[in-house]
Design a protein around this ligand. Structure first.
Ligand code: GLY
Length: 407
């Protein structure tokens, strides 16, 4: 395929910051992870020309080829995120240049209010914040702060959280109200953008809004047994909590595996940003829930509560997010016995992915992991997923000791 990358190419001497602050989590598979990470970086490099300016979206079931994002997709940042991770490891300009070729698209996202939702966090942490943290580029910093302003502006009383979904003109009344009043667990991944912006600007309202959002998630999305609801509905007029429910999980009272993973990863990361012990402790109890339900091969099905007569599709993306979150949690407990507990659990999951689901060594594969489950209720299973790939790469980096990322 013709190289679609042109213009704005810079050569340089590498990032001003490389993630060398290594914390060595106890894992029996250090060498295997190190080799896998090298292979993954080579794979990402080989895909730069193949993808051009396109961002992978999802593969068809069982396929090793990606379909690509159209405008306004929440997954658009996971390929650029992999490019920035590869840049932090190698300092090679082609990774940075390819990530930056996407700036025009992300500028359009910022300028299109109808596209703004809780996914602003995913979209701009893995692009603008990553760029700024690795290169010190001022325009990337401004873009990231603007994204944080837009995300925090979605906090509106009386609802005690940053609004997640947008009602559309075409939505029937009840569905529109449901969207306004719903808090979802995916949104927790956006809060590191607000903590970062608070540190960067000194503006405490970013932190106050993120604290409020995370507290509401802990109070309502996390159940007493430390499983989680995918979503919780609040009365949009009074802000009063009503009931939990699911969107992508098996049932309203089940525990959707990827939802559980979003919370663990976010809470561990937000503990590192704030020192709030409730974040770390809640992540730990949610991790204990996972430990008690994980299959022997280390990779969960798409929901922790599916009955025997429902197909137990694996969700490798949930596994990758969980593994990365657990290594982060181990880092939160550095020097304490819990560090080994959570690193061992992370190791079990990551080694399961590496042993049975890693396709990065397959020349014809455009992704790193097979058997993700995007949305089983809509028939989307057995997929390659760009977020599975991104968090797998992040987990491998954490497994060999990297601690500085873009969150
Ligand atoms: N929409 C977020 C997810 O599928 O996990």
């Amino acid at each position: 395929m013709e190289n679609t990358l042109s213009g704005d190419i810079e050569s340089d001497k590498g990032p001003s910051y490389i993630a060398l602050d290594l914390y060595q989590p106890p894992t029996a598979h250090y060498q295997a992870y190190s080799e896998a990470l090298n292979r993954v970086v080579d794979k990402v490099e080989s895909l730069i020309q193949v993808f051009g300016l396109r961002n992978p979206r999802i593969s068809k079931p069982g396929s090793l080829e990606y379909t690509f994002c159209t405008p306004d997709e929440w997954v658009a940042s996971f390929w650029p995120g992999q490019l920035w991770l590869a840049y932090s490891l190698t300092g090679k300009a082609q990774f940075k240049n390819s990530a930056r070729m996407r700036r025009e698209y992300f500028k359009t996202v910022l300028e299109t209010p109808a596209w703004h939702d809780h996914d602003l966090g995913f979209l701009f942490i893995l692009t603008a914040v990553a760029d700024y943290k690795l290169t010190g580029d001022e325009s990337a910093r401004e873009t990231a702060i603007r994204a944080a302003e837009l995300l925090s502006a979605r906090w509106r009383q009386p609802l005690p959280f940053v609004m997640c979904w947008n009602p559309q003109l075409r939505d029937k009344d009840k569905f529109a109200q449901e969207k306004v009043g719903t808090l979802n667990i995916d949104s927790m991944q956006g809060m590191p953008l607000l903590y970062w912006a608070a540190r960067e600007t000194g503006q405490q309202s970013f932190k106050e809004i993120a604290d409020c959002h995370q507290q509401t998630c802990i109070d309502y999305l996390v159940r007493d047994d430390f499983s989680s609801y995918h979503a919780y509905f609040f009365d949009p007029l009074t802000g009063k909590p009503q009931h939990g429910y699911t969107h992508q999980g098996y049932s309203n009272e089940s525990c959707w595996s990827r939802g559980q993973s979003w919370a663990i990863h976010s809470l561990a990361q937000c503990y590192l940003a704030t020192g709030t012990e409730q974040f770390r402790d809640t992540a730990a109890r949610m991790a204990d829930y996972v430990a008690a339900r994980l299959p022997d091969d280390g990779v969960p099905a798409w929901d922790y509560d599916i009955p025997a007569d429902v197909h137990p599709y694996k969700d490798t993306s949930a596994a990758a997010v969980t593994a990365s979150g657990l290594f982060t949690l181990a880092h939160c407990y550095a020097g304490q016995s819990e560090a080994e507990t959570y690193a061992n659990l992370a190791d079990k999951i990551l080694y399961g992915l590496l042993s049975n689901h890693d396709i990065s060594g397959n020349d014809s594969s455009q992704g790193l992991l097979k058997e993700g489950a995007a949305f089983v209720g809509l028939g989307r299973s057995d997929n390659m997923l760009p977020y599975g790939d991104y968090y797998y790469m992040e987990a491998l980096m954490r497994a060999v000791g990297h601690t500085e990322f873009f969150w």
